[in-house]
Design a protein around this ligand. Sequence first.
Ligand SMILES: NC(=O)c1ccc[n+]([C@@H]2O[C@H](COP(=O)([O-])OP(=O)(O)OC[C@H]3O[C@@H](n4cnc5c(N)ncnc54)[C@H](O)[C@@H]3O)[C@@H](O)[C@H]2O)c1
Length: 458
Amino acid sequence: MDEISRRGFLKVAGGATLATTMGGSLAAGARDPATAAGVPARARSGGQRRRYAIVGTGIRGSTMWGSSVLSRYGDAVELVGLCDVNRKRAEVVQARLKTAAPIFTDLDAMLAQARPELLAVTTVDATHADCIVRGLAAGTDVITEKPMVTDELQCQRVLDAARQGERRLMVGFNYRFARKHRQIKELLLAGAIGRITSVDFHWYLDVYHGADYFRRWHRLRSRSGSLLVHKSTHHFDLINWWLDAAPVEVVAFGDLKVYGRNGPFRHAQCRGCPHAADCRFFWDISKDRGLTQLYVDCEGEDGYRRDGCVFREDVDTFDTMNVTARYSNGVQMSYSLNAAMPFEGYRLAFNGTEGRLEVRDHERQPWKPDAPTEIWLTRNFGQREVVAVETVTGGHGGGDELLLDQVFGAAPGAADMPPWLRLPTVRDGALSCLTGIAARRSADERRVVRIDELVRGL
Ligand SMILES: NC(=O)c1ccc[n+]([C@@H]2O[C@H](COP(=O)([O-])OP(=O)(O)OC[C@H]3O[C@@H](n4cnc5c(N)ncnc54)[C@H](O)[C@@H]3O)[C@@H](O)[C@H]2O)c1
């Protein structure tokens, strides 16, 4: 943070109060670990590298948990196995990563033969729980992509397995680590708006990114748990973390209003579609060589079409969702997720006893916003102040890199992380998923759903 924006930030956040609350770490001039991008990891003493394996070699497994890990932490990590039910895709990724790590199509075989110390779970959402439980049972630490689980039975299984075993389970909530999101947390901790009473949180997925969920396996609840789980788990985790509270009860509505059966026509996939010239959602995957290699060239193995039609009749996840939740500290939240919008980003506001903190995040829109993220603080009976937002490069607002630093223990300054910025735990993974699972059930059953009716022993 440069000096001018730091001064502005401290002024808005309340200076001394902030530094005290933060234990002096980020606010008192310490180097922000997120800016340590590209700093190589250190191997363990003796030069021994941590044995690391990946299950699920799709786009996320091969990039964030593949190439990024190897380029940033190559001297601390040894890739010992790649596992995917689609062998051909794993072979594409093996070649991309220029690794000799063996390929497996069976996770248990990889765990037994490759003996990883750390397993990254980056498979289709509904299979995470099974991979996590197997990894923990084999004595491996596990970092799982979100969502940790897609239903309450899986959630109970993972909670029990994590508590019984000795191995560590971490959840890859990269959004927490984005600089802008940490800055919001710092403002709330500093008491910028007094005691929080309610939250307005509205997330917009546009007709490009939002539509892409309906081309892929995400369109099916049986694979993704619905967008209320797959996507909203990020948002519900942020809320739990910002509020330092747990969800208690949830009520929701959900509908499919644009994609699936709403379409005027349909075909299996965009390639060869007779409606290509008339369809605003037509997408030609063959123009992207990387995705063609990763998906189209591997279709023979499992029949999965990456460019599936957004109007297929089997789409059973919602594209329009509204959720109201109440939290353990009494805060109420009004949340929505819409997946066919003309712009991408979110609008967020914390209402407090002493003011309101508003955030507008602009991911992609057909106009030029003043800044990628805008934050305003308005105190009761006072003026509106602009909060300077630090712009950080990197995946998901710098969150990807800082998350990796936490997982691989390599960031200079990682030890200085404030206590509120620790790696998300199994409880965090569960609470965020359960909010979405409760919302999905509430929309289906038209009733208020309590979190404690879903699992035991949270
Ligand atoms: N945190 C983030 O910002 C972020 C971003 C993108 C994706 N993700 C998550 O990463 C995960 C992967 O997403 P993706 O976009 O890479 O999907 P993808 O479809 O590209 O890859 C998933 C891979 O898992 C494989 N697979 C499915 N079931 C399996 C099983 N039981 N065992 C082994 N392999 C299996 C598939 O063949 C495929 O190669 C998802 O859980 C998604 O939610 C997170």
